[in-house]
Design a protein around this ligand. Structure first.
Ligand code: PAZ
Length: 313
């Protein structure tokens, strides 16, 4: 069964820290507007569909958060301010370079008169310093705001709130919707309160998550530059599905990618044409990131978009 987006918000409570997130979004965007900054909202990571109110079990959507976190860094390099809306525990800009053991492997300790000192191993100092500097600069220049979600409901509440805050930026805002959002959910009033017992045979009936791109493009941020992503595993469906989405929601671009080649190859589907952005094997092995090319392409498109939609005063 299908539900409308209004019904969804009417029947699902906002997340617990919603007032705080709303305030952060409002204040951040007001400061960006005052400083005449361009802002990109990057969504990143996968949403969950909880199976219980007190959630022990949930259905998850695949996404490590690489696309979003890497792109956020390149948008900052291009002078954009970034609202990074990401799934708890997925990759984040800057810290993504040091996940798992990697960070600890960069450090060494030595003990002098009962006190520990920590130093960065010389071979890592430059890398760590460069990344740390960029991170601190983004914060001190007030160019990065990070907000988290876990469930699809939290994601939808936060996304609408971000739209309401960003609407005042008009065509200076980019929406870069890279998060992998659940297509199905169990409505709040049908969810078991407690952990489903393994003794109870369960038939779960899922409802379709409302397609939020529709109100986002037509009602909430009609002047913004909106980019969605399409992930497929069947190559034969990828471009047609991406184009259908573009024709249906009438936003600016769809970036189409295949699960297993997404780090090396994407197709940009626009209203005029489709074109590929790729890294060679050699570039990939050298550690180059396709997001640099994607962000280069998008920011020049966004520039043209702002010029063509400039309001004559
Ligand atoms: O986060 P990641 O780098 O592992 O994956 C990125 C991605 C494949 C989730 C993203 O590029 C994407 O296609 N997002 C939209 C997914 C969808 O069609 O719902």
């Amino acid at each position: 069964m299908d539900s409308t987006w209004q019904e969804f918000y009417d029947t699902h409570l906002p997340p617990q820290d919603f007032d705080q997130s709303e305030l952060l979004l409002k204040e951040f965007t007001e400061r960006q507007l005052k400083n005449n900054n361009k802002v990109v909202l990057v969504t990143s990571g996968g949403t969950t569909t909880p199976l219980e109110h007190n959630t022990v079990r949930f259905v998850d959507n695949f996404s490590a958060g690489t696309r979003g976190s890497v792109s956020a860094e390149y948008f900052l390099e291009k002078g954009y301010s970034v609202i990074f809306m990401y799934r708890v525990k997925s990759l984040e800009p800057f810290s993504r370079h040091f996940v798992g053991q990697k960070f600890l492997d960069m450090l060494e300790t030595n003990k002098q008169s009962e006190k520990y000192n920590i130093t960065v191993l010389p071979q890592y100092t430059e890398k760590l310093a460069v990344i740390l500097h960029k991170y601190k600069e983004a914060l001190s220049q007030d160019k990065l705001l990070q907000l988290t979600f876990t469930s699809v409901s939290e994601y939808l509440w936060l996304l609408r709130s971000a739209c309401q805050a960003l609407a005042c930026l008009g065509n200076k805002a980019i929406f870069y919707l890279a998060a992998a959002v659940s297509d199905f959910y169990i409505p709040s009033n049908e969810l078991s309160v407690h952990k489903i017992s393994s003794n109870d045979a369960q038939t779960i009936s899922l409802q379709l998550v409302p397609k939020i791109l529709a109100p986002l493009v037509s009602l909430w941020v009609p002047e913004a530059f909106v980019v969605s992503f399409k992930l497929e595993t069947d190559e034969n469906l990828l471009i047609s599905k991406a184009r259908n989405a573009l024709n249906k929601y009438k936003h600016n671009l769809v970036i189409a990618n295949m699960l297993h080649t997404r780090k090396q190859h994407v197709t940009i589907v626009s209203h005029e044409n489709d074109y590929d952005i790729s890294l060679t094997d050699e570039q990939l092995n050298k550690g180059e990131e396709i997001e640099r090319l994607i962000v280069d392409d998008l920011t020049s498109r966004h520039q043209r978009f702002m010029e063509s939609t400039k309001k004559s005063s």
